[in-house]
Ligand binder design. Structure first.
Ligand SMILES: [Zn+2]
Length: 221
């Protein structure tokens, strides 16, 4: 519970971050962290297309550098792009300057990669504020104070724990079924960790089907 659905006192550590969208609407918001990678991200895009769902991808800058075609696929499919640092840094382990430089470098890569695709897509992305999600949810107070002015920081209302070796696929699905609620920002990972343990392949399509059956719409951040 503590991990899957962060309690209020944890949310108050970063009060200007988005943890949950409005509870007044029966909508959830899917997010995917750690891509884009060719082994997993195209499969996620297929699933989302199949169900007609749009999502936000918090990308690692170095993966955009390595896999520009996969980045392009995500953007062309009409999904939102968010920043997840260039090297997937854990904020607590790095001095603020180093951490903030890494975030900026990732943003430069995102903008550069965006400029290679159709102009209308670029304009769509540019209209929105920069979305940033800190790897592992860790930022020092100093890092947070700077970033909250530059970006919309996005945390989550529900993390599926698809990345965890300790979780079996049905448990990941059970997390979605148990904790999803109006306004939930739900976190999956288009990463090899989530893929190699089979959690993502099992829980993503079933989770979306469950949410549709429950009458949820899917919003875009
Ligand atoms: Zn991450």
């Amino acid at each position: 519970m503590f991990i899957e659905q962060p309690p209020e006192f944890v949310r108050k550590l970063y009060p200007r971050a988005l943890w949950r969208m409005t509870p007044a609407e029966k909508k959830v918001y899917l997010t995917f962290d750690d891509g884009p990678i060719p082994e997993v991200t195209p499969w996620v895009l297929q699933q989302l297309d199949h169900y007609g769902v749009k999502a936000t991808f918090f990308m690692v800058g170095d993966n955009i550098r390595k896999y520009p075609d996969v980045f392009r696929q995500v953007l062309e499919s009409g999904h939102r792009i968010g920043n997840h640092t260039f090297h997937h840094l854990r904020g607590f382990e790095h001095a603020s300057n180093r951490y903030l430089d890494d975030v900026s470098k990732a943003q430069d890569f995102i903008m550069e990669a965006c400029s290679d695709v159709a102009n209308d897509l670029l304009i769509d992305q540019a209209l929105y504020p920069i979305l940033f999600r800190p790897p592992h949810g860790h930022m020092t107070w100093g890092q947070y104070m700077v970033l909250r002015k530059k970006c919309q920081i996005v945390m989550w209302d529900l993390v599926t724990r698809d990345y965890s070796k300790k979780m079996r696929p049905p448990q990941v699905l059970a997390n979605v079924m148990r904790y999803a609620r109006n306004g939930s920002i739900i976190t999956f990972h288009d990463s090899l960790k989530s893929w190699n343990n089979g959690n993502l392949q099992y829980a993503l399509p079933r989770g979306i089907e469950f949410l549709l059956e429950e009458g949820y719409g899917f919003g875009l951040l």
